[in-house]
Design a protein around this ligand. Structure first.
Ligand SMILES: *Cc1c(COP(=O)(O)O)cnc(C)c1O
Length: 419
């Protein structure tokens, strides 16, 4: 038996390590690690938590990880005595060195490492509106792992990378004239072919446990679980991960026995999870006009066993909707009080905290963890002149030529794989 077993979050059935979901109830599969105590390993960044990642070894060229610190500026401004910030991005002064500036950098390394351990025979397919694509492109450069990225054409500007981290010849970039949903549809089609493997989204345990390291690192700094956890969500996977990591920490026994209450935030009016909880529906023009389009996901893992609805119920959590105006104010306040720029998505979480405090939903003495899911991009741009990934092919939204597309991808990538 390996270091973990997989169990359905709904019916508790045991599963094979490579299953992607429960065939009985569609539930998310969850890792149960042999190691029940949080014992940091002598590795850099996220690899410190290797006991609770579904991999046997590390990628030594990736050294980033989550960092957490106690807030002074924002805490004073909001009158909160025990506010902690988990910063996932680039802020070297605080030890934060994620090269693509968001917590997607925590998902990509265990995902790629796991595929490498499985034999690395399949080409990884990732559909993304921006941050996820960058994170996986960066990992592909560090490792040489072959990757197909499928992005909506509007996201092309977001595909920057820091220079000098390896080759891009094993990356095939498909730009789709359409939105994120069109990119997902095409990505699914490609990933279903022989020799290709989907990244897996919320169903990917390496991705969830990678994001779970935010809670682990924060708890090491704080000495206990927080009372409340604030995060901006699109799919809600980060919220599920925080909940799962908290359950493991409770089992450890040293960090408290109460699950942190999840305060998840979406960007109104394009907020499908907010709608699922509170009613209403999003505009058909969404994600147009959003403060940050990474927070829009039409098919979030909401109702599935072990999904967002279960996480909210188990933690007595809530979902709020924040406007662009509220997020904009929050972004400026955060930068002024904490001294670093943050991604628009992260500002939505800050706005949710400001609102919760103003409405008396949080106690002044409560231990609060605010997940800044991305930041420091401006700082990074001052340090590096960035590379841009070039597009290998642009396709129309409903193009019928998948066959031709597959041939082109194979021509470029299968060669790399064989080399
Ligand atoms: C992806 C992303 C989110 C939302 O993450 P979930 O998968 O919904 O938890 C929030 N902020 C940033 C910066 C992101 O890239």
């Amino acid at each position: 038996m390996g270091k973990f077993t997989l169990r359905c979050a709904g019916c508790s059935a045991r599963h094979d390590a490579w299953n992607r979901g429960c065939d009985k109830d569609g539930g998310l599969l969850r890792t149960e690690y042999q190691q029940k105590c949080l014992i940091p390993a002598p590795y850099p960044g996220i690899w410190k938590f290797i006991d609770w990642l579904p991999v046997d070894g590390i990628i030594s060229s990736f050294t980033g990880g989550p960092i957490a610190y106690r807030s002074e500026g924002l805490a004073r401004e909001l009158g909160l005595k025990d506010l902690w910030i988990a910063f996932n991005g680039y802020w070297p002064e605080r030890g934060a060195v994620l090269r693509t500036c968001s917590f997607k950098d925590l998902e990509a390394p265990p995902t790629v490492r796991r595929l490498m351990e499985q034999g690395g025979r399949d080409i990884l397919v990732v559909s993304s509106a921006g941050n996820t694509a960058r994170a996986f492109a960066h990992l592909s450069r560090l490792t040489g792992y072959p990757l197909v990225l499928v992005i909506p054409s509007a996201a092309r500007d977001r595909l920057w990378l820091t220079p000098g981290d390896g080759s891009t010849e094993q990356i095939f970039l498909v730009s789709v004239e359409g939105d994120y949903s069109d990119a997902i549809a095409l990505g699914e089609l490609l990933a279903g072919q022989a020799h290709f493997v989907p990244e897996g989204g919320a169903r990917n345990i390496a991705r969830r446990d990678g994001m779970g390291t935010v809670m682990l690192e924060s708890v090491l700094e704080m000495g206990s679980l927080p009372d409340r956890y604030f995060q901006a969500i699109g799919s809600g996977t980060g919220g599920i991960s925080a909940w799962e990591a908290s359950m493991r920490l409770i089992e450890d026994g040293r960090f408290g026995s109460r699950l942190p209450t999840l305060h998840l935030a979406q960007n109104l009016p394009c907020a499908p999870i907010y709608n699922a909880v509170h009613g209403g529906s999003y505009d058909e023009r969404c994600p147009h006009g959003m403060y940050d389009a990474v927070l829009f996901n039409r098919r979030p893992p909401f109702d599935v066993p072990g999904g967002v609805a279960d996480a909210l119920e188990a933690t007595h959590g809530s979902v709020v909707g924040m406007t662009n105006e509220e997020a904009d104010k929050a972004s400026r306040l955060f930068e002024e009080k904490e001294g670093v720029d943050i991604m628009p998505a992260a500002a939505v979480a800050v706005a949710a905290l400001i609102k919760a405090e103003a409405e008396g939903q949080v106690g002044t003495d409560e231990r609060i963890l605010l997940n800044i899911t991305g930041g420091g991009e401006r700082l990074l741009r001052k340090t590096y002149s960035l590379d841009r990934l070039s597009t290998d092919i642009s396709v129309e939204r409903n193009e019928q030529g998948e066959g031709m597309l597959m041939d082109q991808i194979k021509e470029k990538l299968l060669e790399v794989r064989m080399a």
